[in-house]
Design a protein around this ligand. Structure first.
Ligand SMILES: Nc1ncnc2c1ncn2[C@@H]1O[C@H](COP(=O)(O)OP(=O)(O)OP(=O)(O)O)[C@@H](O)[C@H]1O
Ligand SMILES: [Mg+2]
Length: 428
């Protein structure tokens, strides 16, 4: 391993694992800025399984349970209730409230490394865990940029990355000023707390913007980007500085919710793929991310723009469970434990993931048999969540050689699970 390379040097396409800095790969090896108390490997830790604690027990934590078991990692989740998605299947579940300092500190005290299933833990509590000497990965500093869209835009713009033009919103004049510059529509976004398009409003004129301003939320205004398509790049970075970039994928959103992911992104030039991989690795290094970083991108006539960041397993990476040599869930565990990263290479020609959103009839299981029989190659993942219309309750993945065919198969399966009909066209 060449230890003289800069951290997170750009990936050559086809050579997706890049750069390990000095420091070795022992679980918990510490770096400047990380608490020594929380990051040292004790003799006791060396002989027992490391304990990784994930705050939150949604589907991302649920999908981490299998890879943790395979690697002999003791995986613990902090769940609000025993029926949450991951709490149903994890062997070690702590019940508690991620907004309670006592619950968080008690949870962290029993773990070697703490990581996250979602972005909603208050920043001050993440800092409190760090101050208590816990190894929190990613740390409070990088996580801040996933919790505050204004801070994220300002930081990325400061680092020289291209983003949609934006404006902090103090009052209506800020929105009209941006609209004068960019034209309508203008996108208003809640600075914090949004997900799956909740907290994103496309406003056609000032009257529509005024309704959103009336919600009393802290907002930013953004130009409405007429992108050709949306892409995402998923990278991992370990505390030792090793980086790995997955192939760039295309994501399809509807009403702010990810509907499908095509891996690798079709018809992407090698130059643009390399640019996106470099961008992901460089942002991860610049922000000091440990674990996974997903960067959502707009692919436009004028090049790539950064939409937003997530520092955890991401919907755009679910295809890696079957479609890559190392799934994103295994990779996140490796990264937060400071283990050598796994290969992010494709294990197939192409993979298509389609989310299963709840339909009108909640009885998914009655439709599962048909899906399994109709296409034995389809991989179904159900999250154990109660079915409500529009709620993400699972996903399916198809692998193969021909993207059109693979996409068709994945769409049919997801449609049948949700609706009982095999639709391959527009999403409902
Ligand atoms: N400036 C923009 N111009 C055009 N479309 C946009 C813009 N910002 C967001 N969108 C659309 O809305 C979707 C959701 O936006 P964004 O990713 O910012 O919100 P989110 O709710 O935080 O999403 P997530 O669930 O990924 O956290 C985007 O994927 C994109 O389709
Ligand atoms: Mg998004």
């Amino acid at each position: 391993m060449d230890t003289k390379k800069p951290q997170s040097a750009p990936a050559a396409v086809g050579d997706p694992i890049v750069a390990a800095s000095a420091g070795g790969f022992q679980a918990g090896a510490s770096r400047a800025g990380e608490s020594a108390a929380g990051a040292q490997v004790t003799a006791q830790q060396a002989v027992r399984s490391p304990i990784v604690g994930m705050i939150g027990a949604g589907q991302l934590a649920r999908m981490t349970v299998g890879p943790a078991a395979e690697l002999g990692i003791h995986f613990r989740v902090l769940a609000a209730a025993p029926d949450e998605s991951a709490a149903q299947v994890a062997a070690d579940v702590a019940l508690g409230d991620y907004r309670s300092p006592e619950d968080l500190l008690a949870f962290a005290a029993g773990c070697d490394v703490v990581t996250f299933d979602h972005e909603h833990v208050p920043g001050s509590l993440i800092e409190a865990m760090e101050e208590a000497g816990r190894a929190v990965r990613p740390g409070s500093r990088p996580l801040h940029y996933t919790q505050d869209k204004q801070a994220m835009r300002e930081r990325l713009a400061g680092l020289g990355y291209r983003c949609p033009r934006f404006q902090a919103v103090e009052g209506p004049e800020d929105v009209s000023n941006l609209a004068r510059l960019t034209g309508w529509p203008v996108v208003l976004k809640a600075v914090s707390g949004g997900y799956d398009g909740r907290g994103v409003w496309v406003c056609g004129d000032m009257a529509e913007a005024s309704v959103v301003l009336g919600h009393g939320l802290q907002l930013i205004a953004e130009e409405y980007v007429r992108f050709d398509r949306e892409l995402a790049i998923l990278v991992a970075r370990s505390p030792a500085g090793q980086g790995a970039a997955y192939p760039v994928v295309q994501t399809v959103q509807q009403d702010g919710i990810c509907r499908e992911v095509l891996a690798p992104a079709p018809d992407l030039t090698l130059a643009k793929a390399a640019e996106a991989q470099r961008l992901g690795l460089d942002i991860a290094a610049a922000l000091g991310v440990t674990g996974l970083l997903a960067v959502e991108l707009f692919d436009t006539e004028d090049g790539l723009l950064v939409n937003e960041l997530a520092m955890r397993p991401h919907n755009s990476g679910h295809w890696t469970i079957e479609g890559a040599v190392t799934s994103q869930f295994e990779q996140h565990l490796r990264a937060v434990l400071n283990l050598p990263l796994g290969s992010p290479s494709l294990a197939t020609r192409c993979a298509v993931m389609v989310n299963v959103l709840g339909g009108e009839d909640p009885d998914l299981r009655s439709r599962l048999t048909h899906v399994m029989a109709a296409d034995p190659g389809i991989k179904v993942h159900l999250y154990g969540k109660s079915v409500r219309p529009g709620r993400k309750v699972g996903h399916v993945t198809a692998l193969g050689r021909d993207l059109g065919h693979v996409r068709d198969r994945a769409r049919r399966a997801a449609s049948y699970l949700a609706w009982g009909t095999e639709e391959t066209g527009e999403y409902r």
